[in-house]
Design a protein around this ligand. Sequence first.
Ligand code: GLN
Length: 487
Amino acid sequence: MSLDVTRWKIADVQEALGSRRATAREICEATLARIAEENPKNNAFLTVTEDRALAQAAAIDRHVAEGKPLPPLAGVPIAVKDVIHAEGVRTTCASKILGDFIAPYSATAVERLETAGAVVVGKTSCDEFAMGSSNENSAFGPVRNPHDLERVPGGSSGGSAAAVAAGMCVAALGSDTGGSIRQPASFCGVVGVMPTYGRVSRYGLVAYASSLDHIGPLGRTVKDTATVLSVIAGRDPLDSTSAAVAVPDYAADLDEPVKGFKIGVPREYFAAGLLPDVRAQVEAGLAALRGLGCELVDITLPHTEYATACYYIIATAEASSNLARYDGVRYGRRTPDAASLSEMYRKTRDLGFGTEVKRRIMLGTYVLSAGYYDAYYRKAQKVRALVARDFARAFETVDAIATPTTPTAAFRLGEKTADPLAMYLSDIYTITGNLAGIPGISVPCGTVPGSSAGTRLPVGLQLLARHFDEARMFRLAHQFEMARPKD
Ligand code: GLN
């Protein structure tokens, strides 16, 4: 019988290789078979890197045969969001404009994963250029939520979250600019981590909004995401915003007690908009934290209500600048039928970009233009500082902050596509962390009834921590994961 790796964690791979119960090749083949079976249903992968994966697995098996100590991710099948480069593999950003762009180098995060023995099995779908909250903005069709195929997996890292949830890889990389790791993790019932800004190098991540972009892991357990983050984090001379802060082994002290931790519960995150059944799960989650001996404290983050507007000004401004490079000359597709250079630019961008990307480029250009810069962009920067100050003040008295990850569980495909503002509001609890640059994690926290009898939809609890305090965040998240109410 062939190997069933669909629920495997990193420790299962380590155990199987260590005991010679399975080879890296067998694990890789079982994973590729699972992808072939599930992808027609959920569309999580845009590219499967079979040859590359099998070559890496063979290298790991040689390593095992020689009896050498294995690196931490030896043989672990990992998927990578298709905005992060893997050398020699196409990076589409789920956009037509980069549909056949082959990455000339690997992102630092991918290089570190492969050096640690990970087997990259493919590139996962996402919203075009990571712009979206439902994965419906992909030029290659939407991804479907493995818990209910009529629902979205969340976005923009929807493919990575669905791939982990559907057993198509052990862990995945995503990117988070306004919630794009934590929100899909919550919708798909997996763990998703946005590290501190500067914790993981952005070299090789296609830029959306550079001051808000983060690479981070998704996995089945907190421990697995902690292990992956330990591998990819740390200073990189190729990204000047990556921080020279030592990287602890995040998975090492997960069982240290959390008794006495003070956890802030911001009242603004439990206001109107939070659906009652989601709230009930999150409140049960808070009770579980109390049961671990944590002290819950009511806190206020008063500028929360301005965060969404502020984010969509700053993110679109940066996007309009970052996406100017797709001009039909430097990267990707070029329209063949243009009479002049300016017509070529215009047509290439018109045909290459989807509606949401165009909307953002226009919004961003508008808020940066003379006359509007002071009214919108500069104001938004000031509000960003106030949002960050809210957190800094809160962290003077609390060790972590607990919130719902999203106001609702996964919504239906098409439910919000006609109303971009409603879509933007699904990020309301996650974008504040990006504006402040602090780390956050979403951990599964019960389920709520889905549309048809018997379906249940996952809910996520978000934990936010001080800058570079991921170790404490993981510890709390891990113990919460063990204690949370199961339904
Ligand atoms: N949904 C948010 C947006 O569309 C966040 C996206 C992200 O984090 N990449 O901008």
